[in-house]
Design a protein around this ligand. Structure first.
Ligand SMILES: *Cc1c(COP(=O)(O)O)cnc(C)c1O
Length: 371
């Protein structure tokens, strides 16, 4: 069985450095907010091109910190996508705010800006909810159309929280994810393009006041002193050991983004004409967190792959508005036709920087014979 994401190959490349970095933390003993955390934040802010970065305990907590810092609450409308991982929407609901879904673009699977504007105008006309924020998600490694989304955000005076959990480092017009929001969020879950060896995440911003607020939220709403709590916060710090791991993985990251381009190009060549291959929009460089083609015969293909020892997956079989947990919002099938159509026939193939051409050729043969 070949791995879906080969993290061991990556580890072998930097094994001695990672081992040494972890040992170093064990020796210096600053397990919480040790020097590696500050160094990581500095390097991540440089990579993303933002003024500030704050490392935290997961992508989910990054979103929650951003939502809390912006004051999401009951009665607020937050515009987001139905085609994402649940955490994006789950944390909106946790704050008490109401997720309002905006259907996606059929080519990029990302929020459709034209539909975003329609949704905002509709909620404003209804007058029941307060227009609060926009939460676009850069799905599968590719950035949203931020020129269009930012123009709409400005028109209505709304902040953007960018969920870049799957797309750290991706490019849009030469700038990197997640630098496009008022606050940008990412995840270092092991399977993400930049992952650690446990849970981790980070928030990014250029706004000093929001940075200060999120720093306070990160540590139980602390004020000037540890026991002077000024806000309701969380314990959402990134472990020093994970920061040490990430600093080593960062030494490979840009090269790995390049390698992912080759893997995606090999896939596109191999699978053209067999399945609908995923597309990258003009102005975008994807980090290919996932390689997700579409085919009405996906079940046949997946069965044949399994037979041949090739793992595959489905992201995401149920769009957010049709999940049981979101039933209380009152959406029904047919409300988000594009996301629903994608969910019906999308599937995911193995994707990582070290996936070789032979394995892709094997996958091509299996897909071909399955069809
Ligand atoms: C993975 C992911 C998250 C959550 O990140 P965790 O680190 O697993 O908490 C949030 N949003 C999206 C789009 C994700 O893919």
């Amino acid at each position: 069985m070949i791995p879906f994401i080969d993290l061991k190959k990556q580890y072998r490349r930097i094994e001695s450095q990672v081992d040494k970095a972890i040992k170093n933390v064990l020796e210096h003993g600053q397990y919480i907010l040790g020097p590696e955390v500050a160094e990581l934040e500095k390097q991540l802010a440089e990579l993303a091109g933002t003024k500030y970065c704050l490392a935290c305990s997961s992508g989910t907590d990054a979103l929650l910190m951003a939502y809390m810092a912006l004051g999401f609450k009951t009665g607020d409308a937050v515009f987001t996508t139905p085609f994402t991982f649940f955490a994006t929407v789950e944390m909106i609901a946790l704050t008490g705010a109401t997720p309002v879904f905006v259907d996606v673009d059929p080519v990029t699977y990302n929020m459709d800006p034209a539909k975003l504007r329609d949704a905002i105008v509709k909620v404003r006309a209804e007058g029941k909810l307060n227009l609060k924020a926009i939460v676009p998600v850069d799905i599968f490694g590719q950035s949203c159309d931020y020129d269009a989304i930012t123009a709409i955000a400005k028109e209505f005076g709304l902040p953007i929280v960018e969920d870049g959990a799957q797309s750290m480092g991706a490019l849009y017009k030469g700038k990197r994810v997640p630098s496009f929001g008022t606050i940008g969020c990412t995840s270092f879950f092991p399977a993400k393009p930049l992952g650690c060896y446990g849970d981790g995440g980070a928030v990014f911003t250029n706004d000093k006041a929001l940075y200060d607020r999120m720093f306070s939220i990160l540590v139980h709403g602390r004020g000037g002193d540890k026991y002077d709590n000024v806000l309701i916060g969380l314990n959402a710090r990134l472990d020093t050991i994970q920061a040490a791991v990430l600093l080593q993985k960062l030494t490979l990251f840009k090269e790995e983004i390049e390698l992912r381009q080759t893997v995606a190009a090999n896939y596109a060549k191999a699978l053209a004409g067999l399945v609908q291959i995923p597309a990258v929009a003009k102005d975008c460089v994807s980090v290919w967190a996932q390689y997700c083609p579409r085919s009405k015969d996906f079940a046949k293909i997946q069965a044949a792959l399994k037979e041949g020892g090739i793992p595959s997956a489905r992201y995401y079989p149920i769009p957010m508005h049709l999940l049981k947990a979101m039933e209380y919002l009152g959406y029904k099938k047919g409300d988000m036709p594009v996301a629903e159509a994608i969910a019906e026939d999308i599937f995911a193939l193995p994707m990582h920087p070290y996936l070789d051409a032979e394995t892709i050729e094997t996958i091509r043969k299996i897909v071909r014979s399955a069809l």
